[in-house]
Write a protein that binds this ligand. Structure first.
Ligand code: ZN
Length: 82
């Protein structure tokens, strides 16, 4: 028997751990919440005390975003040209 005082809602899960974007919360019937980052596509299912990831982040998009910050001048020259 765990104490009912430990409310998982105290734990804020509002920003994406991958890119820091705001996460959208979609409430399902039965108390589940689907958390989704529009930015990288990662998604989590949150039900009371547990949370699990249901969708991986789009790593290519994360990398592209990071590259934009890091190396502004470097163009993707390696793309195949017809
Ligand atoms: Zn994200």
């Amino acid at each position: 028997m765990l104490g009912a005082n430990a409310d998982a809602r105290d734990v804020r899960f509002e920003t994406c751990p991958y890119d820091g974007s705001r996460i959208d919360a979609e409430h399902y019937s039965g108390g589940s919440v689907l958390l989704r980052c529009e930015h990288c596509g990662a998604a989590w299912e949150w039900h009371n005390a547990w949370i699990r990831r249901v969708a991986e982040p789009d790593r290519a998009r994360l990398r592209a975003q990071r590259a934009q910050h890091d190396q502004h001048e470097q163009c993707p020259d390696a793309l195949p040209v017809e």
